[in-house]
Design a protein. Structure first.
Length: 320
């Protein structure tokens, strides 16, 4: 590894001992070798920390920071502070990366002189968990070309191929130094993604190859039961994004607002009914109605907030 590696792979780690070795081996086995892996053990109570230490001893490209549990956002931010690479990639500690990802990313960065590469993902499960809602495809009409980043974001919203997971893009370091993951909310990926690709005018390359392989497992962020924290976290991200990006009357920003409202309704519907009382649902609805919500969404938001079962039945009825 050179003094300044080509890639820095930042990996927050928390209680994933059963999956961590496979995840890190997918990095260790990369066909391109000039990279570093910055592990941030976020107060794990299982053997994850020991596994991290083992990889540090095994390969000098691996380093680890052990910290008290502070959450994924702080772990990612601390990992970035320790990283040195020219290109930054955020990876989850229970997933897998295609063995040729780094060598192919570098080829794209060099050939097209781009600032960021966005790509697709596949989903797999070791335990028969299914989630048909998870689709990570960049979509027809935006793939295989270099784009200006804000235009791509709006196109992906229009084509319903918007997904902000930081595991599905890799970016030149210089564009990440002035932004960070919001350390106090859930769904922080949304604000980070929009800050990166809307505040900056990046030259990006969009590919649909599924370099990232997402594992569905019990009790993960993707499969765990949603609670009121998910609603309030997404609401805060929505509110902050509207404040930053809705000042313009540009029709593209209105489409952005519509998409966020739709996602917010989905989050509300996924919340476990036993975890949120009707009184709390009314409070959530009152807060949501203070936001800039289009008239077409007011009825949907009301029904989803108070009676999510009815809204889900309505959706299923349309699909059938």
């Amino acid at each position: 590894m050179s003094v300044v590696p080509v890639f820095s792979i930042i990996v927050p780690v928390y209680n994933v001992a059963a999956y961590l070795e496979a995840a890190l081996n997918s990095l260790l086995g990369q066909s391109f070798h000039d990279f570093e892996v910055v592990l941030v053990n976020d107060g794990s109570t299982d053997s994850s920390g020991n596994i991290c230490d083992g990889f540090v001893l095994k390969d000098e490209r691996f380093s680890v920071l052990h910290q008290e549990n502070q959450g994924q956002s702080i772990a990612r931010n601390n990992g970035f502070k320790l990283s040195k690479g020219k290109y930054i990639y955020y990876f989850d500690a229970d997933d897998l990366l295609d063995g040729d990802a780094l060598v192919e990313w570098l080829a794209l960065f060099v050939e097209f002189s781009v600032d960021s590469i966005l790509f697709g993902a596949t989903v797999f499960s070791d335990s028969n968990i299914k989630n048909e809602r998870l689709v990570y495809q960049r979509g027809v009409g935006v793939v295989g070309e270099s784009r200006e980043s804000s235009g791509y974001v709006f196109d992906s919203l229009r084509l319903e191929t918007y997904f902000p997971s930081p595991c599905c893009y890799v970016t030149a370091r210089k564009f990440l130094s002035k932004i960070s993951f919001n350390e106090s909310v859930i769904h922080e990926d949304n604000t980070f993604y929009l800050d990166l690709f809307l505040q900056n005018s990046l030259n990006i390359r969009v590919v649909d190859k599924p370099y990232f392989k997402r594992r569905l497992r019990p009790d993960s962020t993707m499969t765990s039961t949603k609670t009121i924290k998910n609603i309030l976290g997404f609401q805060r991200c929505f509110d902050e994004s509207l404040e930053k990006y809705m000042a313009s009357n540009d029709s593209r920003y209105l489409a952005f607002s519509d998409s966020f409202q739709h996602q917010l309704i989905e989050v509300i519907c996924l919340v476990d009914n036993g975890a949120v009382t009707l009184q709390n649902r009314k409070r959530i609805l009152k807060n949501l109605q203070k936001l800039f919500i289009a008239k077409s969404y007011r009825f949907k938001t009301t029904i989803a907030s108070l009676f999510p079962e009815l809204y889900l039945l309505r959706i299923k009825g349309r699909q059938n």
